[in-house]
Design a protein around this ligand. Structure first.
Ligand code: GMT
Length: 376
């Protein structure tokens, strides 16, 4: 199939899922055309079957807000015609599904579109009264809709009063490429004295409660030597650095910024801290689990669908800094239990979230939307 994929190209779960999906689909022989305002991070244009089309948003003194959604719609239609796309698959409802709706209406060829809901497009942005009606309209108008967790599926149906079917297709990792490597030199660079390494990976937005990660770590570091790797960047980074200084752990916390090397950094980590206010899925936790790094996370959104509490990780109420710190200290004091939890985390990823299981679900949906397969 020839598929146009649109996503936010910046550092964020939905863009990563869309990019990985495109890469997997291209490997399976499909032709994938990314359409966005910038090349998505993690996208390798040298991979056969992958193309990138940049959306340029012309400005004009009259425009306080350049109309990206319209420029995107025009580009989608143009690419669909020139590359003879079978369908569009947009990630994150706003504004991508509205642009796809316009492209479909403009196109002289049949151009169905699928919307994948990722989380904040429903829970924060879409729930805003200013966006709710258009989000609901775009969801109802899509030819196929998927949500990345059962939590998000149910919440979308309830809050947006959606009457059409929404399919659950969970996020995934490539289980062949995502595996723990032994990297003693790199590990020694971050933890020279062989102490355990905790890790936080996010876009440092307020919803991630990055300061809680620092608070939790400070309580751990008061009791035992440890290091914290902070991977990612975003609005809360300066506050997090400041809090680390205030809590006298700046020397033990390394902010590495946005990273392409997460394979290596997760390989040298022992335990993830993911104290988010909300996660519709928690891709960072799944990626860590593939590297045998269990997460201490919050019992919110779709996280309980990813992490089995007490088995492949531990779940706590939002803001329970003391509870999360105590649990981390217990685990670090028992390397055998930590190792076992890491193994179970990997097994959970293997059994439920490998690309080999998930990509065919998308392919089946594409065929269904194209009318080439019997409706399920
Ligand atoms: O969490 C963010 O701020 C980024 C956001 C996105 O759309 O890029 O992440 C959402 O999608 C990810 C991929 O499906 C999920 O793993 C995240 O849980 C979800 N974030 C939230 O629901 C807050």
């Amino acid at each position: 199939m020839r598929i146009g994929i649109t996503c936010y190209p910046t550092y964020g779960g939905s863009g990563i899922v869309a990019t990985e999906l495109g890469r997997e689909l291209a490997q399976r022989g499909h032709e994938i055309h990314f359409i966005s305002y910038a090349q998505p991070i993690r996208l390798d244009l040298d991979q056969s079957g992958i193309y990138f089309h940049e959306v340029e948003v012309a400005s004009y003194p009259l425009f306080d807000y350049p109309p990206y959604a319209l420029a995107l719609a025009s580009k989608m239609e143009e690419v669909a015609t020139s590359a003879r796309l079978d369908l569009l698959h947009v990630h994150y409802a706003i504004p991508h599904s509205v642009s796809a709706y316009l492209a479909r209406a403009m196109s002289s060829r049949r151009l169905p579109f699928i919307t994948t809901l990722h989380g904040t497009d429903i829970t924060l942005v879409g729930a805003d009264r200013g966006y709710l009606p258009i989000t609901r309209f775009a969801i109802e108008s899509s030819d196929g809709v998927t949500a990345i967790s059962e939590y998000l599926r149910q919440r979308t149906i309830a809050e947006f009063e959606i009457r059409r079917p929404i399919e659950l297709i969970p996020n995934f990792v490539n289980c062949e490429q995502y595996f723990r490597r032994e990297l003693p030199e790199l590990r020694a660079r971050f933890a020279p004295d062989g102490v355990p390494i905790l890790v936080h990976l996010s876009n440092f937005r307020p919803v991630k409660r990055v300061l809680d990660a620092i608070e939790i770590f400070a309580r751990i570091a008061r009791q035992r030597p440890a290091r914290l790797l902070m991977i990612g960047d975003g609005p809360e980074r300066a506050n997090a650095e400041h809090r680390a200084r205030c809590l006298h752990v700046a020397g033990e916390v390394t902010f590495v910024g946005k990273q392409d090397r997460i394979h290596e950094l997760l390989s040298i980590s022992d335990l993830m801290l993911l104290p988010s206010e909300m996660e519709s899925f928690g891709l960072a936790a799944l990626e860590a689990m593939a590297y045998k790094v269990p997460a201490i996370a919050t019992r919110v959104g779709g996280l309980p669908e990813v992490i089995e509490d007490g088995r492949s990780g531990l779940l706590f109420p939002v803001g329970d800094i003391e509870g999360m710190a105590a649990a981390a200290l217990d685990l670090l004091a028992s390397p055998a239990r930590l190792r076992e939890m890491g193994e179970l985390a990997r097994a959970r990823a293997d059994e439920n979230f490998c690309a080999t299981q998930i990509i065919p679900m998308y392919e089946n949906l594409y065929l269904k939307v194209l009318g080439r397969a019997a409706a399920v």
